[in-house]
Design a protein. Structure first.
Length: 185
């Protein structure tokens, strides 16, 4: 039977490494032939080189390499899309959208007076602005209920906000709906 020195010489290892590898391989080196030890060691090295299992036996190296490559590819795709101007940074976009929505709401809330003036001049009637403002308020309340998290749709008209524009008790109204109502009130 071989000694650790014989095994170390055959496998080109130190004697300390021999005892560690024999324990990992589960080989009783005192009772196993030198050829069997060599074959077991070579198989272990082949498995590690092929990426089947890491040296510690816990990780599939091929799978890890594949995951790393996928992440690298996705990062490169995002970088390319950003350089092409196809990506928008949401943090930069939000303030601009909020400003645009505020301007839109302001224009809509002033629409009642503008329409009243034009209709009064064209048709010679005295139109009640509250009638126009009610329709504008309802439209703004509908827009305030828009919820992109709910499959990209919005609540049906009248759900959650009463005809007066007030948020009702079922909790469907949003703070934005209150802002709409206050902007017209």
């Amino acid at each position: 039977m071989p000694t650790q020195k014989d095994i170390a010489k055959r496998l080109d290892l130190s004697q300390q490494a021999v005892s560690q590898h024999m324990a990992e391989l589960g080989i009783a080196w005192k009772t196993t032939s030198l050829d069997d030890i060599t074959v077991a060691y070579i198989r272990k090295l082949r498995g590690a080189a092929a990426g089947h299992v890491s040296n510690d036996g816990e990780m599939d190296l091929t799978r890890e390499r594949s995951l790393t490559e996928r992440v690298d590819r996705e990062l490169k795709m995002f970088t390319l899309a950003e350089k092409k101007g196809q990506l928008v940074n949401i943090e930069q976009l939000e303030p601009e959208l909020a400003q645009m929505i505020g301007a839109f709401r302001t224009e809509l809330t002033s629409l009642g007076d503008k329409l009243k003036t034009e209709i009064d001049a064209l048709y010679g009637i005295d139109l009640d602005t509250h009638l126009l403002e009610e329709h504008i308020r309802d439209t703004l309340a509908q827009l305030a209920r828009y919820d992109p998290e709910r499959s990209g749709t919005h609540s049906p008209v009248g759900e959650g906000i009463e005809a007066t524009g007030q948020v009702n008790d079922n909790g469907m109204g949003t703070p934005a709906a209150k802002d709409v109502e206050q902007g017209l009130g």
